[in-house]
Design a protein around this ligand. Structure first.
Ligand code: ADP
Length: 485
């Protein structure tokens, strides 16, 4: 633990504004907890709305020069930051495990994934293109250019403390936008350390600010009501996302929204059952189930349901629960007591409605916010868990008989983020991939996120894409220049 304390003493805890770590104007700080013990890890400066205006002044002042910085120079800063992140893998992995709880192996995975957004967008920075054509009637020329949208606000959640930031920061900086990041109050330390890495990589002062706060709504409200801010990019709940969309209407700011999910995971009777069980473990238990892409509803063909349930239950029951920084741990705690209690309520509601607990089913006593990895069967339609996002290590398994029924069940949700299915039939693979109402479909795989692919949802799951070639477009506006010659 003394190594951990020595390391924590090196992590910045001030607001990051205008290229320096600073205290909040009104003073004050708030605690960040270790979810494995409930103990305080650090006290972090608590940004007030006035601090938000300081950050916006600085982002606005830096905007023109950053936009005019050669794409190659922007690219090289992002690339250097990627290199530093990789060099500092163990520091970032430990920090994410400490403040978020996930097992160290998963934190290392997030470091690679999160850093890759900086490398990917360093490569995109030099490939932002417009076009030039003749007007069809011969009277002029059409020149189309892309310009940065301007200063952006990014609001990020706690479940991926690094990657949810880098997949917004990477494309914004590549496009030539400045950005203010408001990290989750549960996990602000990773983002503060990232700001230092970007500064070490050569990012000019003012281009990026990081504002931890215990008053998220007041801070974001102050920024969105200022017309100098030109974009809001958010990852979090649909409830907060729709509030932000409403607020951004006043100044017609651009929005990108990565919101809730209720992912179906379908196992057809022609699936490779070993692969499907592996995939279900990944889709359900990765990040302790605290992911918007997490499989929320497992639909298994009735002819293989008993076999699949037995195999998945054995795997889930064998998971070792503990602090993420212990090497034997497969699955860490939930983020906080509120989240643990919300998961416990969903399970209790399902059980009261008649669901059967195959394994787990309850919180684990002791310090920290642990919940036993759980499998539920015979869950009736009336249970809340059939409709609500679980965000925890609970796998409800449902049966079905026909492909049409599986698709109808999968689409019977207001959400449309990730979806997964297992089949060895090629025709069925194309048919089902088309029929699923989701922004992302995993075919015979349980992990789909990739910095080179567009991540995003339909319906109440959001607007826009992050990653891929699409990701940078979210930070660009289109200008048409008309010529007569
Ligand atoms: P989750 O349930 O995953 O915590 P939230 O949508 O509550 O999702 O939180 C995601 C992010 O949004 C966090 O950074 C949080 O601080 C922030 N947030 C929560 N409520 C508001 C709000 N009313 N306005 C702006 N940001 C908010």
């Amino acid at each position: 633990m003394s190594d951990i304390n020595n390391f924590l003493a090196t992590v910045p805890t001030g607001l990051w504004i205008d290229g320096t770590s600073t205290t909040a104007l009104e003073g004050g700080s708030f605690p960040v907890y270790n979810p494995a013990t409930g103990a305080v890890l650090a006290e972090v400066a608590d940004a007030a709305p006035k601090d938000a205006l300081r950050a916006l002044d600085s982002a606005h002042a830096a905007q023109a020069e950053w936009a005019a910085t050669p794409p190659r120079a922007r690219s090289e800063i992002l690339h250097r930051a990627w290199e530093i992140l990789i060099e500092r893998t163990e520091d970032f992995a430990l920090l994410m495990t400490l403040e978020m709880g996930k097992a160290l192996g998963e934190s290392r995975g997030e470091l690679n994934y999160g850093a890759e957004f900086l490398r990917w967008f360093s490569e995109e920075a030099v490939r932002i293109q417009g076009r030039y054509t003749d007007a069809p009637n011969g009277t002029g020329r059409i020149l189309v250019t892309k310009e940065p949208v301007g200063p952006c606000l990014a609001i990020t959640p706690w479940n991926f403390p690094l990657a949810m930031g880098t997949r917004k920061i990477g494309p914004a900086l590549a496009a030539g936008c400045t950005m203010i990041v408001k990290p989750s109050e549960d996990t602000p330390l990773t983002m503060l350390l990232l700001a230092q890495v970007l500064a070490d990589a050569g990012l000019p002062a003012g281009v990026l600010s990081v504002l931890p706060t215990s008053r998220s709504a007041a801070l974001s409200g102050e920024l969105i009501s200022d017309q100098r801010l030109r974009k809001v990019t958010f990852t979090g709940s649909t409830r907060v996302g729709s509030v932000l969309i409403g607020q951004s209407a006043a100044h017609v700011q651009r929005t990108s929204m990565e919101l809730g999910g209720n992912a179906p995971f379908i196992v057809f009777d022609d699936a490779d059952l070993d692969a499907a069980v592996d995939g279900a473990m990944a889709a359900k238990m990765r990040n302790g189930g605290e992911a918007c892409t997490a499989a929320n509803r497992l639909f298994v063909h009735n002819s293989v349901r008993a076999e699949f349930t037995a195999r998945l239950t054995a795997r889930i029951a064998a998971m070792k629960v503990g602090p993420g920084y212990e090497t034997s741990t497969d699955i860490g705690p939930l983020i906080n007591a509120k989240q643990r209690d919300a998961v416990a309520d969903l399970v209790a509601d399902a059980v009261a409605a008649g669901a059967r607990v195959e394994t787990g089913g309850a919180p684990i006593d002791g310090p920290g916010f642990f919940f036993a990895p759980t499998v539920l069967t015979d869950v009736p339609d009336s249970a809340r868990i059939t409709r609500e996002e679980i965000f925890g290590p609970v796998a409800p398994i449902y049966g079905f008989d026909t492909e049409e029924e599986a698709i109808a069940l999968a689409n019977n949700t207001e959400y449309g983020l990730a979806s997964y299915f297992y089949t060895q039939n090629l025709d069925r693979a194309f048919r089902v991939a088309r029929a699923l109402q989701a922004g992302m479909v995993g075919v015979n795989r349980g992990v789909i996120s990739d910095p080179a692919a567009p991540f995003g949802g339909v319906k109440a799951s959001g607007l826009g894409s992050e990653g891929g070639t699409e990701g940078v477009e979210e930070y660009l506006s289109t200008k048409y220049v008309a010529f007569t010659q």
